[in-house]
Design a protein around this ligand. Structure first.
Ligand SMILES: NC(=O)c1ccc[n+]([C@@H]2O[C@H](COP(=O)([O-])OP(=O)(O)OC[C@H]3O[C@@H](n4cnc5c(N)ncnc54)[C@H](OP(=O)(O)O)[C@@H]3O)[C@@H](O)[C@H]2O)c1
Length: 382
């Protein structure tokens, strides 16, 4: 199996490499032919030494010079076009998209346009470009296998019945670090508190997006496109221990859940060898230690960003791209100490209220919406 990993140096990317090493020890034959990274040239160089890919891509030209000097036989590309080039590489069986942000959309489309299977962690591909991805899947016969733990759980639970028997999808949410914080204190929580996720160790943006529930709204959009279920039949539920990764309720009242230790390597492995379930020594779940499984409704007052992003989803077109880009900048500004935590939700809602564009979705339109929202969020005074 010849694999390209985009975002190889990130949280999902490095865990994907760990899983591939485990799978190869278990008898699979994965070959890393292409690696895409951003600015972490040192880690990428270590990966190149270990796996000897044919082609790599980095964010800036400066990185290409450093790598070309160190690895004279390696083909090195750069920028967004480099990532698209990797996704289109000849003779590739699987593209793992573990990029963060809107930059992930074009490579997803490029891989699907070649009829490829994409193991997708980059949720922004579906959040901002869901309709384009749907069209590419229909036109070229590629396939998406989700990496996100919730969607991996839904994929597994959906195999228990027919699609027309599904009543609703239930997506679990840990509630993040501020589940029990008194509401008035949310104005003054610090970045270091927000970065302390109770169950998962992830990249900075998704950790803050978990605290605001922007991430959960993105996951509702992802689920909508992955499984063709209308928004009104996809619901979040708070489940603080992140042991049940999501559930499917069927018409007869049966609810099928997927449980596993909160370790992203489990859904990553499922996506890589779907639908196989080899034992590669990943952590097991000890139910007696887990003890209790608790659930509670999502409080809209605590998580106003959830509704704001879902409003964008229902509006469609470029509105989700506005929500995504505004959120990215606002998260950055919160981490830099420029705006309060609660300013993220207010900024997203303000950007959506100010954005007027109801033209059909296109890459050009997404680019324009993204640029506009970044400018808006940068200037937004909370
Ligand atoms: N982490 C999780 O547990 C988790 C769970 C579910 C879903 N996801 C989703 O998976 C995706 C990746 O998340 P993550 O947590 O792995 O993020 P991350 O740790 O921040 O890693 C992001 C990766 O993208 C690369 N990248 C960023 N900007 C780039 C650019 N302009 N050009 C080329 N490469 C670029 C980074 O490269 P450098 O580091 O080299 O700059 C890095 O390899 C996100 O969409 C996230 O929502 C993550």
């Amino acid at each position: 199996m010849r694999v390209v990993i985009l975002g190889a140096t990130g949280s999902i990317g490095t865990q994907t490499i760990d899983v591939i090493s485990r799978l190869n020890r278990a008898g699979y034959e994965f070959e890393l032919v292409g690696l895409g990274a951003g600015h972490n040239i040192e880690l990428l160089a270590t990966q190149i030494e270990a796996f000897r890919p044919q082609v790599v891509s980095v964010a800036e030209e400066e990185g290409t010079r450093r790598l070309a000097h160190r690895f004279p036989d390696l083909k090195v590309m750069a920028g967004a076009d480099g990532l698209v080039g990797l996704a289109r590489l000849d003779g590739v069986d699987l593209v793992v998209n573990a990029l963060v942000g809107a930059i992930g959309l074009r490579p997803t489309l490029a891989a699907l346009e070649r009829g490829r299977t994409v193991a997708l962690a980059n949720k922004e591909s579906l959040v901002i470009g869901g309709e384009l991805v749907k069209a590419a899947l229909a036109a070229h016969g590629g396939r998406i296998v989700p990496i996100d733990s919730e969607h991996s759980a839904l994929l597994q639970a959906l195999s228990a019945g027919r699609r027309d028997e599904v009543r609703r999808l239930i997506i679990t949410a840990s509630g993040g670090p501020f589940l029990r914080t008194p509401l008035p204190e949310l104005d003054t929580v610090r970045p270091e508190d927000a970065l302390r996720h109770p169950n998962w160790s992830m990249g900075a943006r998704i950790t803050i997006d978990s605290a605001t529930m922007v991430n959960k709204a993105f996951e509702v959009i992802e689920a909508h496109y992955l499984f063709a279920i209308p928004y009104e039949r996809i619901e979040p539920v708070i489940h603080p221990s992140s042991v049940v990764h999501s559930l499917v309720e069927y018409r007869d009242g049966s609810v099928i859940a997927q449980l596993a230790a909160p370790d992203m390597r489990i859904p990553i492995q499922y996506a890589l060898v779907y639908p196989d379930r080899p034992d590669t020594g990943l952590p097991r779940l000890d139910l007696a230690t887990v003890g209790t499984l608790a659930f509670e409704p999502l409080d809209p007052e605590r998580y106003p960003a959830f509704e704001a992003v879902l409003f964008a989803a229902r509006r469609g077109g470029t509105a989700p791209a506005v929500a995504n880009a505004a959120d990215e900048v606002l998260v950055h500004r919160f981490l830099a100490g420029e705006i309060p935590f609660t300013g993220i939700a207010r900024g997203i809602a303000a950007a959506l209220a100010a954005w007027q564009d109801d033209s059909p979705l296109s890459l050009e339109g997404i680019r324009a919406a993204d640029a506009w929202a970044r400018g808006f969020a940068q200037e937004f005074a909370t």
